[in-house]
Design a protein around this ligand. Sequence first.
Ligand SMILES: [Zn+2]
Length: 183
Amino acid sequence: MLARSMTGGCTDLVNFSFFSKDRPLPPRVRELLDRALNEPAEPVDEQVVSVVAADLGATLGCVQAEAMELARREARHLPRVEDGEAFELAEKVQQWLMDTFIDTTWPACPDHPNHPLWLSDDKPPMWTCSRSGREFCQLGQLATVVSPTPEELAAKHERLAKEEAQLRAFLQRRRLQGGQGQA
Ligand SMILES: [Zn+2]
């Protein structure tokens, strides 16, 4: 069982006895943990990362380095595609923000704030309203069309920071326990 966990991701480790006194992990934390523990085989395309990071920075109140790191983490585990990596990465980030409840309508439509924009599969992909069909901007250009208030940005960034702190604490605990647990 332990041997399998070396190659099969973290699921077995999470279920392993030294975690049993902790409350059960939400599935998305397991997924994040799994990603964090399995280092990438492929380098990421920094150009693609920076495009998606720009949109994260414009909407979540994070500074560029933080947005880059978040986007890079998601990018590390994308399957390699010839073209359209930015599209894939943005969709992955959208899913992550929804799963973690950091922002369930990311990125919010400027015309209808209760629903997220979707990305067209044009080249380049366009952030588009699903209701009116209006194309707002290219992926990476959200800063030109959204204008969140400082309070909105601060609230989102706080949720984001809490999520990240939870993940870091868990990884730290796992490293400590993993060190003791090695035979
Ligand atoms: Zn809309």
